[in-house]
Design a protein around this ligand. Structure first.
Ligand code: BGC
Length: 262
């Protein structure tokens, strides 16, 4: 029998009238898809999200070329924010589990994209960017993303904490969080078992971080049951795209007020 897929009430990105000020090109590099949109100065999306499949075994060079072609039809922006599916330090790739760390390690992604797009570029881990778009900025907020890989980020009063690679940390039965909850695991175990595992992960994360709120994003968040614990919400990928604005802005601790970093 086919399992009915539930649609949780996703927290959606509010659509706004375009604001004056700097525009940000937001790019999300995923293991399966590459997405981009242009944001106004408050993070409102000025264009529909454009998307192409991530080329298989995508090398850094091919990635830069593919991204340049993807964003070419979009309106001009003043700066570029990029979410990358791995560890990134000061714009340089450290790991890229789903793209291939061997090919990517040490690649200066921010510099290469600055050259290709002719604008200042900031790069951060994809789940950190998604989290910046999803959180409220109060208390301990944890974000996980369920897609090809498993992304995670932690915030306290809106400030991003040190990036933890929860994906590759032991979870259950000798397997990591990503091995139990990533796309491959979903395909192998089926939706019912996968959902049970997500609930076990929620419990583990509650014990580990005593979060005030947990947000679950990524393409597979839509497969979660509609009824989630009170302190857990599913968030849309579009909301994650809006996180790109926060690479250039900061929250005042404990509030959602923002100010430009530059
Ligand atoms: C990577 C993380 C990334 C996640 C989602 C994992 O395999 O190690 O850094 O955030 O996938 O793309």
């Amino acid at each position: 029998m086919k399992t009915k897929s539930w649609k949780p009430p996703l927290k959606k990105a509010p659509t706004r009238r375009p604001r004056k000020g700097l525009k940000t090109l937001a790019i999300d590099i995923g293991g399966t898809g590459l997405k981009a949109s242009v944001l106004d100065s408050e993070g409102g999306m000025l264009t529909e999200r454009v998307r192409v499949e991530t080329p298989p075994h995508c090398s850094p060079k091919l990635m830069v070329k593919t991204l340049a072609a993807l964003v070419a039809p979009l309106p001009a922006a003043d700066r570029v924010s990029v979410g990358f599916p791995g560890v990134v330090r000061r714009g340089v790739v450290v790991t890229a589990h789903n793209l291939g760390t061997e090919a990517w390690k040490g690649f200066e992604l921010d510099a290469a994209l600055t050259r290709a797009l002719g604008k200042p570029v900031r790069v951060l881990n994809d789940a950190d960017v998604q989290g910046l778009g999803a959180i409220e900025g109060r208390g301990v907020e944890v974000v996980i993303t369920l897609g090809t890989g498993l992304g995670s980020s932690i915030f306290e009063d809106g400030r991003l904490s040190t990036h933890l690679e929860l994906a590759h940390h032991p979870f259950r039965g000798g397997e990591t969080y990503e091995e139990q909850l990533g796309n491959k695991a979903l395909e192998k175990a089926g939706k019912r078992k996968w959902r049970e595992r997500v609930f076990k992960a929620i419990t583990a994360l509650r014990t580990l971080t005593t979060f005030d709120h947990l947000y679950i994003g990524g393409g597979n968040a839509r497969l979660l049951p509609a009824k989630l614990p009170k302190d857990v919400s599913a968030v849309s990928n579009e909301l994650g795209m809006r996180g790109g604005i926060w690479l250039w802005r900061e929250r005042r601790p404990g509030s959602n007020d923002i100010f430009d970093k530059l």
